[in-house]
Write a new protein. Structure first.
Length: 77
């Protein structure tokens, strides 16, 4: 797998953001704000999936037992 310095910097920024979101999630749980914690957790999850998919696109091997997530259902009005 080869990634240029710009891509590595983007991934590093994402990891810092995911870590920060985790800290915020823990604080929100501690203060009883579970809805806010859930929203922050979802932001971290989405950011991690973007990184993972970029790594797969560059040739990272999928771990044994890895399976693609089910698509999120679309909501129509």
């Amino acid at each position: 797998m080869t990634a240029d310095a710009d891509r590595l910097t983007i991934w590093a920024e994402s990891l810092i953001a995911i870590n920060h979101l985790n800290i915020l999630v823990q604080r929100e749980i501690a203060t009883g704000h579970l809805d806010r914690a859930s929203k922050l957790s979802e932001r971290a999850r989405k950011r991690a999936w973007v990184m993972l998919n970029e790594m797969f696109a560059l040739g990272a091997a999928k771990l044994d037992g890895y399976c693609e997530p089910e698509p999120e259902p679309s909501i129509s009005n």
